[in-house]
Design a protein around this ligand. Structure first.
Ligand code: P6P
Length: 341
């Protein structure tokens, strides 16, 4: 481990606040703004967690009759989560602008002197809320390129995956877990609601190089690109396990801890892939690379996929290094066979 890793490494049971503070101390020039931003996200996560836990008891489930920019029916909890994160980031003062799955345009916070912008999917997998399946928040943080004191322009959000300064997710499952990276490894924290604190529970997460779990919606099998169909056949031959809960954060988190691969390839309904590049694919790709895994869009390293608009979709293949590399190898072999014809 490097000095930095040793400095940051702390025992299980340390609070998120203490961990963030130690992280910040390891960066002599850190001014505390990113630390405070991460704390603001954790505050919103605690509030959203409380709302989700009421689902079924109070009227927070079901749709609200409107659809988001993606044309997807907005669930009550989608909007509750969106409002909570917008409010926490606005009041925290560290964020100049936000792109949310729930809003077509940039949400200006009024904090024009802030140095960061955030892209967020406030509640992914929300169609699972009514049936009590795990759901999640995914976020990505960039330093603004535009001058402090101005309204953030579109370009501040179109910097590309490698420009992220931090990324993470919150999984609202059998327990509520916040996992994030600032580019120095991946750490996970479990929420203890009776104390209102996140505690370090998964220090320096590393995804196993190999796995025996594959996650994909088999209902789209007729649309799968041939290399993916061939790879899935080898998984079945090896008697791997198929695990897919239709909630990206839940599928991602299981594969991150146990090893595995998640695909959302192009389909007839979503020829460019279904998942959003800015606030789903980029942050999870940042995390997986920091945890020693790989992420592609089926053609190239996901973090290098060019972003042209805020809600751009992308195909995604993400998980254990050897599994993603095997898919890449099959894809290359297929391309070479086609070229030789
Ligand atoms: P499908 C949820 O809508 C989501 O964005 C991800 O959380 C999930 O992995 C995927 O879409 C599920 O999509 O088409 O398989 O239902």
């Amino acid at each position: 481990m490097t000095f930095l890793d040793e400095t940051i490494a702390l025992p299980v049971g340390v609070t998120l606040d203490r961990f963030i503070k130690r992280n910040q101390d390891a960066f002599p020039f850190a001014t505390g703004e990113l630390s405070q931003l991460l704390r603001d996200i954790a505050i919103a996560a605690k509030i959203v967690n409380r709302e989700i836990n009421k689902a079924g008891l109070v009227d927070v489930t079901g749709a609200i009759g409107t659809s988001n920019v993606q044309g997807e029916m907005q669930q009550k909890l989608d909007m509750i989560a969106h409002i909570r994160f917008m409010r926490a980031l606005r009041n925290g003062g560290e964020v100049a602008g936000i792109v949310s799955e729930e809003e077509e345009n940039i949400v200006m916070t009024g904090n024009d002197d802030a140095r960061y912008v955030v892209a967020i999917d406030p509640l992914d997998g929300s169609s699972n809320i009514d049936v009590n399946v795990s759901i999640g928040t995914i976020f990505s943080i960039y330093r603004r390129l535009s001058p402090v004191g101005t309204k953030v322009p579109l370009d501040d959000f179109l910097q590309g995956g490698d420009a992220q300064v931090a990324a993470g997710y919150v999984l609202y499952g059998s327990s509520t877990v916040l996992v994030y990276t600032t580019g120095h490894g991946v750490n996970g924290f479990t929420y203890e609601s009776s104390l209102g604190e996140f505690f370090l529970s998964y220090p320096t997460i590393k995804i196993p190089e190999d796995g025996s779990i594959y996650s994909i919606n088999d209902g789209n099998a007729l649309d799968f690109p041939e290399p993916i169909s061939d790879y899935l056949d080898t998984c079945r031959t090896r008697r791997y396990s198929s695990r897919y809960i239709g909630s990206l954060v839940g599928d991602f988190h299981r594969n991150l801890l146990k090893g595995g691969i998640y695909f959302y390839p192009p389909t007839a309904k979503t020829p460019n892939g279904k998942l959003r590049l800015l606030y789903e694919c980029y942050p999870l790709a940042f995390i997986i690379e920091q945890a020693g895994g790989l992420a592609t869009d089926g053609k190239q390293r996901l973090m290098e996929v060019k972003i042209k608009n805020l809600h751009q979709r992308s195909a995604l293949c993400i998980g254990s290094t050897n599994m993603v590399k095997e898919v890449e190898k099959i894809t290359l072999q297929k391309a070479e066979m086609l070229a030789a014809k």
